[in-house]
Design a protein around this ligand. Structure first.
Ligand SMILES: NC(=O)c1ccc[n+]([C@@H]2O[C@H](COP(=O)([O-])OP(=O)(O)OC[C@H]3O[C@@H](n4cnc5c(N)ncnc54)[C@H](OP(=O)(O)O)[C@@H]3O)[C@@H](O)[C@H]2O)c1
Length: 332
């Protein structure tokens, strides 16, 4: 692999620069991933930072504070090395807003009212052991609160120095337009990978036009595109992949065929298939950062090194052809 000077990009208009590969900490929170191992999680976070990852993404919802607390512990003495992103808007301290799901039998609502945002930011700062958040993101959109009210709260937090930039996640085109009209939206965070490409049609061009970064999430399709998801892999506990049609045996076979083509390209670059998938993601129009989850130090190091891999147009065309051939009629 060659070392290109493309390891960092700007986060919207914020003036903040972050590593193109970001560490995601949903699995580190344990919830929907069959539990977590704190020591391995801390090792994954610290290995990421040591390998040059500066973008760390978390959320209160990841284990109702568990992921943020682990991130806080892992970053003691390393806080100044990272661009820390967390979220608001999935709440369990109030039942205002719109009921979304239950966690341990208790309701979680989508709520982005000013009162909740002011409350939530203090909780996150405490769990993360910091006095500022570099990138603060509305996690899911709340149909009961006008985006202008949400943005007013976020802009106030920015003026107070508690947050440094603003993001929105799981958005639609009209919602992005409302955010842009109401303040400075630096980034959106949306699911994007070789098996989930909806945003190419409308969100990506809108973001490019308005200088809004895109953080792709589930870039490895929850591990399906890691190159290590064989037919024998079983999932336990509350691991969301257990009943997810995306992980059906027929999908795994189709993806294995795609990964043969990806592996051939990976080998030419002295890279792994997962690194090639991440590099592909980062070279798609409009995608600024690629968030990848990692459960341990070795996954974290593998994913971090993908930032240095640069695919040729010929590589990208070959992957595109393989995707068109093998990813038809995927279960989803
Ligand atoms: N805004 C939102 O609503 C939202 C939604 C989803 C995710 N996100 C963010 O985006 C981040 C990334 O997405 P994600 O975690 O959902 O999915 P992902 O990055 O596609 O997959 C992560 C999982 O894949 C496996 N994996 C990762 N790297 C690997 C490697 N090098 N080799 C083998 N297996 C590997 C690990 O699981 P196993 O080892 O268990 O197989 C890991 O937990 C999240 O952590 C979160 O920060 C945000």
């Amino acid at each position: 692999m060659q070392n290109h000077d493309v390891l960092h990009r700007e986060l919207g208009k914020s003036g903040i620069s972050a590593s193109v590969v970001g560490l995601g900490t949903w699995a580190i929170g344990g919830w929907m991933w069959g539990g977590t191992d704190e020591a391995k999680s801390i090792a994954a976070i610290q290995a990421s930072v040591d390998a040059g990852i500066s973008l760390i993404d978390t959320a209160p919802a990841y284990g109702q504070g568990v992921a943020e607390e682990i991130v806080g512990k892992a970053l003691v003495g390393r806080r100044d090395k990272v661009v820390l992103a967390t979220k608001c808007g999935l709440v369990w301290h109030t039942q205002k807003g719109n009921h979304f799901f239950d966690y341990d039998g208790k309701p979680v609502h989508r709520y982005l009212g000013k009162d909740a945002i002011i409350y939530e930011v203090e909780q996150s700062l405490m769990r993360l052991k910091t006095d500022y958040i570099d990138h603060y993101i509305t996690h899911w959109q709340d149909p009961t609160t006008p985006i202008a009210e949400t943005m007013e709260a976020l802009e106030t937090l920015k003026q107070q120095g508690k947050i440094r930039s603003i993001g929105a996640s799981n958005t639609s085109v009209p919602e992005i337009k409302d955010y842009i009209a109401a303040g400075t939206l630096d980034a959106v965070q949306e699911e994007y990978s070789m098996v989930k490409r909806d945003l190419e049609a409308d969100i990506a061009p809108l973001c490019v036009e308005n200088d809004v970064s895109i953080l792709s999430y589930s870039s490895l399709a929850l591990g399906l595109l890691s190159g290590k998801m064989g037919p024998d892999r079983q999932f336990s506990g509350d691991d969301q992949r257990k009943d997810n049609p995306r992980f059906s045996l027929s999908n795994r076979e189709k993806v294995a065929q795609l990964m043969q083509a990806v592996s051939a390209i990976a080998e030419e670059h002295g890279a792994t298939p997962a690194q090639t998938v991440i590099a592909w993601t980062l070279q798609q129009p409009g995608i600024t950062f690629s968030l990848c989850g990692a459960r341990d130090a070795s996954q974290a190091e593998e994913n971090a090194a993908a930032a240095r891999l640069r695919l040729s147009q010929q590589d990208i065309n070959a992957i595109e052809q393989a995707a068109q051939r093998h990813l038809v009629d995927l279960d989803s």
